[in-house]
Design a protein around this ligand. Structure first.
Ligand SMILES: Cc1cc2nc3c(=O)[nH]c(=O)nc-3n(C[C@H](O)[C@H](O)[C@H](O)COP(=O)(O)O)c2cc1C
Length: 296
């Protein structure tokens, strides 16, 4: 399917775009208007873009339905402050409720049952229930268009990052399993960013890995190894030398080589399956040695 923007109704295009670019973090943004009326609403067109200076951006869009603007946008134009509250699983239903289109001046803290908590650096209250609050000064607002669906980038400088102690683990890090953040997908879908959903990927070091282009072509074209497996193999700084490979072959794989003496294809498949298991068990050097026994 290929979609040229403008060729289908805006609401449909919006659906495809949001289903494709996901999951998105959720900013539950509190603001006040010039009369001091408090507002809180969720925005998943949101992220951080810089840590020095610390900059977060969220985007209240013009409504596709009638091209009107959101109260949050009107408020940050009047009072250039906000608090970005992160959303965990325990807050998700109330957060959704706070996205209801209540009339201007209605305080969604009250409607959604959230608790106002005074901020240290801005006049806007934060959401007490949120595990992290970013107290912000609104630096700039950039309009991305004038039609329904057009975003407005609200560029925020973080003045204070307020993290609940109970989401910090014994190593002093923010722990995703303690935070229990949720993200927004397309339609009515959300996702949990903790528990079974989590996995780690070893960061490439300062010295770059050899790259998939330097993996011997027979290994690269394996029917067993996936793109993820090749990504792990390509992240090593150097591959084992011939002596190490021969030693590995002798100690670990001599039985296999005898068994498949007359079946080179079968042997290659077996070795690739073994390498896949070794990669899964985080034994990447052994996986390389096993693979190179066949290429030797
Ligand atoms: C999880 C979630 C994320 C949302 N993200 C956005 C967004 O990024 N941009 C937007 O314009 N509306 C978004 N909305 C819809 C607004 O929250 C909704 O229009 C709300 O009524 C705006 O409130 P306000 O007019 O008080 O600012 C989102 C709603 C939910 C539930």
């Amino acid at each position: 399917m290929e979609i040229i923007p403008g060729s289908i109704p805006q609401s449909k295009f919006h659906g495809y775009l949001l289903g494709s670019v996901a999951p998105r973090p959720i900013a539950l943004v509190s603001t006040v208007d010039s009369e001091g009326n408090v507002n809180v609403s969720p925005y998943s067109f949101f992220n951080v873009f810089s840590s020095n200076p610390p900059i977060a951006i969220f985007s209240p869009a013009r409504r596709g339905r009638d091209n009107t603007t959101k109260h949050t946008l009107e408020n940050v134009r009047e009072v250039k402050e906000c608090v970005i509250n992160v959303v965990n699983y325990n807050m998700v239903q109330q957060t959704s409720l706070s996205s209801s289109e209540y009339a201007k001046g209605v305080n969604e803290f009250v409607k959604a049952g959230f608790t106002e908590q005074s901020s240290k650096t801005v006049s806007v209250p934060g959401v007490k229930e949120a595990p992290v609050k970013l107290e912000c000064r609104v630096k700039e607002i950039i309009e991305l268009g004038s039609e329904g669906g057009a975003g407005n980038l609200v560029i925020c400088e973080v003045l204070l990052l307020n993290i609940n102690d109970d989401v910090i683990n014994e190593n002093g890090h923010v722990d995703p399993n303690l935070m229990q953040l949720v993200g927004r997908m397309g339609g009515a879908w959300y996702n949990k960013a903790y528990g079974e959903a989590l996995f780690q990927v070893e960061k490439p070091g300062i010295v770059p890995g050899i790259g998939i282009d330097n993996i011997p072509v027979d290994i690269r074209n394996s029917t067993i190894l996936t793109g993820n497996d090749l990504g792990v193999l390509g992240n090593v700084k150097q591959i084992p030398d011939e002596t190490e490979v021969n030693e590995y072959k002798l100690i670990e794989l001599s039985d296999l080589f005898v068994e498949y003496e007359d079946d080179a294809n079968g042997l290659e498949l077996k070795i690739h399956e073994l390498a896949k298991q070794l990669i899964k068990s985080n034994k990447v050097e052994e996986a390389w040695k096993a693979l190179l026994t066949f290429n030797n």
